[in-house]
Design a protein around this ligand. Structure first.
Ligand code: SF4
Length: 376
């Protein structure tokens, strides 16, 4: 069984808070699709055709590619993977790219899950974030997707930036639950080094709200979404019954996956393989028939244990402790981790319930970065 990620590194314009590998220069789009196909062919030249449980087009803005390029990649993937209607095939989309015709075409090539970068249903917020779409574009895109036959619709929302009031984000969630949405991801705005927001903040402009206010917004959001039928299944993710992201759950369960494209990562046979980030390098290697790899990291058993623990703790259900102990209990480092876990449990940041170790809500979740770095 395979899980596939395809990175599309192009956007209409670069958002001032974004540090993903993406560019507003679309000159190389067609060439990139051919390079992607070359990479797939080189890396999948042996091993037979496996069933693709998921295929995730992320970016960047995959919806910007248009139907022919997307179809070209999916058709090519079908030569190497068995993809059918039971495979979860997700496309990340910008609301301004979506219209009824394009959405029907996406359905017809097999895309069955759409993840829309809404970010906010308020124009004032969208202007602050310098997004290319409006609030009504976002609402229309969701309604059109549903009319086109998508019953698995996810949206991303951002909270915790200056133009937003305390109740403003809840208004966004109220709008979300009134629409035919089955999955919601909420992210606190983080000001990443090197981005325009970072320099503005450095020059004294207020970009994000205080940590206290961001925490309050998060707690209120979790309570609101749970009350309205969305299961809180991962720190930032909420889903209606049976609509959790299969693709991302595989990451959090330390499952193997293929990643194709610029900067994409794969995790196969205990190795984390990272592709080159610069287009010129990626293209250069593939044009010579070589793999566009930047690094390969082979995980030791200790490293695998820590990673597996930390990734699984992102899930609200947590990790089955006796299974984990059976797997790694004979390692010296297991004892060290167990002691640390005892300490976090004693101050109620972690909890052990029904055999599962998990983060407490809200304190453990709000302090999750500190807990994870302690456990690494
Ligand atoms: S659309 Fe998404 S990937 Fe592209 S620049 Fe904006 S935040 Fe980054």
């Amino acid at each position: 069984m395979s899980y596939i990620y395809i990175h599309i590194p192009f956007c209409r314009k670069k958002c001032p808070y974004c540090n993903f590998v993406s560019s507003a220069n679309k000159d190389n789009t067609d060439n990139y699709i051919e390079l992607l196909k070359t990479e797939i062919a080189i890396r999948k030249n042996s091993g037979g055709k496996t069933y693709a449980k998921t295929c995730y087009f992320g970016g960047g803005t995959p919806s910007l590619m248009g139907i022919d390029r997307l179809n070209n990649v999916i058709s090519y993937l079908r030569r190497f993977f068995h993809i059918d209607q039971t495979s979860e095939i997700t496309l990340e989309a910008n609301p301004s790219d979506l219209n009824p015709v394009f959405l029907s075409e996406l359905k017809s090539i097999g895309i069955n899950r759409i993840s829309i970068g809404v970010q906010s249903f308020k124009n004032k917020d969208l202007e602050f974030l310098q997004r290319t779409h409006t609030a009504s574009d976002a609402k229309e895109a969701i309604v059109d997707a549903h009319k086109a036959g998508f019953d698995n619709i996810s949206i991303d929302l951002i909270y915790g930036f200056r133009s937003q009031t305390k109740t403003g984000f809840i208004d966004n969630l109220k709008m979300a639950i009134s629409l035919p949405i089955t999955h919601i991801s909420i992210y606190a705005l983080s000001v990443e080094e090197g981005t325009p927001f970072y320099y503005r903040q450095k020059n004294g402009k207020k970009i994000s709200v205080s940590d206290e206010l961001a925490a309050e917004i998060y707690i209120n959001s979790v309570n609101f979404l749970k009350k309205n039928g969305f299961d809180h299944y991962e720190i930032s993710n909420f889903a209606k019954k049976d609509y959790q992201s299969k693709h991302n759950i595989n990451y959090w369960k330390e499952g193997e996956y293929w990643g194709f494209g610029l900067s994409a990562s794969s995790y196969l046979k205990n190795e984390r393989i990272k592709n080159l980030e610069r287009y010129i390098h990626y293209a250069g290697k593939l044009s010579n028939g070589e793999l566009p790899i930047e690094s390969i990291e082979r995980l030791s058993r200790d490293e695998k244990m820590s990673e597996e623990l930390i990734l699984a703790l992102r899930l609200i259900k947590g990790i089955n402790w006796s299974e984990f102990k059976n797997k790694y209990g004979n390692l010296k480092e297991f004892g060290i981790i167990e002691d640390k876990i005892e300490q976090w449990i004693s101050i109620k940041m972690l909890k052990m319930e029904n055999g599962y170790l998990s983060l407490s809500f809200p304190k453990g979740i709000l302090l999750s970065n500190e807990i994870f770095s302690d456990l690494l």
